[in-house]
Design a protein around this ligand. Structure first.
Ligand SMILES: NC(=O)c1ccc[n+]([C@@H]2O[C@H](COP(=O)([O-])OP(=O)(O)OC[C@H]3O[C@@H](n4cnc5c(N)ncnc54)[C@H](O)[C@@H]3O)[C@@H](O)[C@H]2O)c1
Length: 273
């Protein structure tokens, strides 16, 4: 068993991505701290499980004691009422960053999302330096997550990596995923690189596989030292509509950019102006 990564805290450890990250990094850490608001089960003598809600700042600070790094994945992973997103994603991330500052954690990896730039057209290659164009309230919450990361890097000297995660799926099964797919293998590769890249003050990278149709610039990912290996195109023949002509003006966020996708989370009794 290795210990190259030291003590690593994974928030959202019970989730889809968190459970995969824990499974793959377990043999590379001295101690793995699995944090979630739902119960998780230790899989090894080096696992420590902590059930907490990110709203509990004290509990988050205690969970990060002695940590060398934190991979912060916990939160709401899709469109929701803005108030809920602000609480789980924005305040939750603030508590993680503040805990990392107090506990002098050496590296913070934040789960951002491609949905911070969903309103760009598919015909344009977008990199992390482009202005954000969030495709909904969820995207806005991830913009705030990145801004908090930047603040904690610039103001308090934390080392922070924001991964704009693509579509983490076993296989791409819809046309948009042919551009946005992040294979589990590449996903783990990006997380490992985000944990180990030397001398990072602050970095933002699209975590996406080497898809022929990708519309994100992956140069920043290369700076972390990871080059993705999978390409969604090998699955294209099995994806309905994959050979249809593509409108270069169509939005990268696809259906996520539809007004109705966000409006179903706006309460009818909210005041209108
Ligand atoms: N799945 C994707 O393709 C994708 C794409 C882009 C970004 N992301 C981001 O990656 C992260 C993980 O996504 P996922 O697909 O594994 O989501 P998921 O819903 O499967 O897992 C999220 C986990 O966070 C926990 N959680 C939520 N709110 C919490 C709170 N307040 N306190 C403690 N735990 C809490 C949940 O219990 C859950 O186990 C999220 O931040 C998501 O926004 C995911």
């Amino acid at each position: 068993m290795g210990s190259r990564l030291g003590t690593v805290v994974v928030t959202g450890a019970a989730g889809r991505i968190g459970s995969a990250v824990c499974r793959h990094l377990r043999d590379e850490v001295r101690r793995l701290v699995l944090v979630d608001r739902v119960p998780t089960q230790p899989q090894s003598s080096t696992d420590l499980t902590i059930q907490l809600d990110l709203a509990d700042a004290e509990a988050v600070t205690a969970a990060l004691e002695g940590a060398d790094a934190v991979v912060h994945l916990a939160g709401l992973p899709d469109e929701a009422p803005l108030a809920d997103l602000l609480e789980s994603n924005v305040l939750g991330t603030y508590h993680v960053l503040e805990a990392a500052r107090r506990q002098r954690v050496g590296r913070v990896v934040l789960a951002s999302s491609n949905r911070v730039t969903g309103f760009y057209p598919v015909g344009q290659v977008v990199g992390p330096d482009e202005p954000v164009r969030p495709d909904g309230f969820y995207g806005v919450s991830k913009v705030a997550v990145e801004a908090l990361g930047r603040l904690y890097a610039d103001k308090f000297g934390l080392s922070v990596v924001c991964l704009r995660i693509g579509s983490w799926e076993d296989e791409p099964d819809q046309v948009r995923y042919l551009a946005t797919w992040l294979s589990p293998r590449d996903g783990i590769g990006f997380v490992r690189a985000a944990l180990t890249a030397p001398d990072v003050h602050f970095a933002t990278a699209y975590a996406v596989s080497a898809n022929t149709r990708a519309f994100w610039d992956t140069t920043a990912g290369a700076q972390l030292g990871y080059l993705p290996v999978d390409d969604a195109e090998v699955f294209a023949d099995g994806v309905p509509g994959s050979r249809d002509p593509v409108d270069p003006a169509a939005r990268q966020g696809g259906a996520f950019t539809d007004a109705a996708y966000s409006l179903r989370h706006v309460r009818a009794d909210e005041p209108s102006w």
